[in-house]
Design a protein around this ligand. Structure first.
Ligand code: GRF
Length: 214
């Protein structure tokens, strides 16, 4: 199998991107692209010797024009997989369809619960006892694409959005490299029915009961 290449899109801190850079993935990281010139993650990528590019949404009249410009930069690198790692722009259907089955996103909730923003605040407000994160294929439905892998964490009675977010982020950094690894090894794909297939011997995850039993 020839080595696959990926392009990572970010908008800010880039800690998930960094988790991918550190994971020694079986692929080439061709470029990191941001819609914000001051995204902290761009510095990190440069320090790792990875090509970076900025496509600012502010330089384009509308979403379609921005997405066209972004697609041009992505396609220059001819990636097999496009990885959204904290990329905070809503993408047009045209853009999503162009990369269907080869574009994934990490989201800080157990989808389909809490699509959109402020997921930790909303989980705390609802009093749920289990929260988490999801890696999914990107489809036109916002945060609605087929799930590849999820991690659950307990919600503690004294959690703040910050403490809960830190607990979730720790798991994001574990499941995201796993999902990218599966894609790069052709072990995970979207089938014709829009369902995720993962070729490997199924491993049982662990049960989380929260709060724990006495
Ligand atoms: C993460 O929580 C990710 O799930 C969400 O945006 C945040 C990005 O953080 N989509 P980072 O830039 O990867 O540190």
């Amino acid at each position: 199998m020839t080595e696959k290449s990926i392009v990572i899109l970010i908008s800010g801190r880039g800690s998930n991107m960094e988790a991918l850079l550190r994971a020694k993935l079986p692929c080439r990281i061709a470029a990191v692209i941001s819609n914000k010139a001051d995204a902290q993650g761009l510095e990190t990528a440069r320090a790792h010797g990875i090509d970076t590019a900025v496509v600012s949404h502010r330089d384009h009249a509308d979403r379609a024009a921005f997405d066209d410009a972004l697609a041009q930069v992505i396609d220059h690198y001819q990636p097999d997989v496009v990885v959204l790692a904290g990329f905070m722009r809503i993408l047009t259907d045209g853009f999503v369809n162009r990369y269907m089955g080869r574009m994934i996103n990490i989201h800080p909730s157990l989808l389909p619960a809490y699509t959109g923003v402020d997921t930790h605040e909303r989980a705390l407000r609802d009093g749920v006892k289990i929260h988490g994160c999801t890696v999914h294929f990107v489809t036109p439905a916002l945060d609605g694409g087929p799930v590849i892998i999820q991690a659950a964490v307990p919600v503690l009675s004294d959690d703040t959005p910050q403490t809960l977010s830190a607990r979730v982020l720790h798991e994001e950094h574990r499941i995201f490299p796993q999902a990218v690894r599966w894609l790069c090894r052709d072990q995970a794909r979207l089938d014709a029915n829009g369902r995720v297939c993962i070729d490997r011997i199924e491993q049982l995850g662990s049960t989380l009961i929260s709060p724990g039993l006495d």
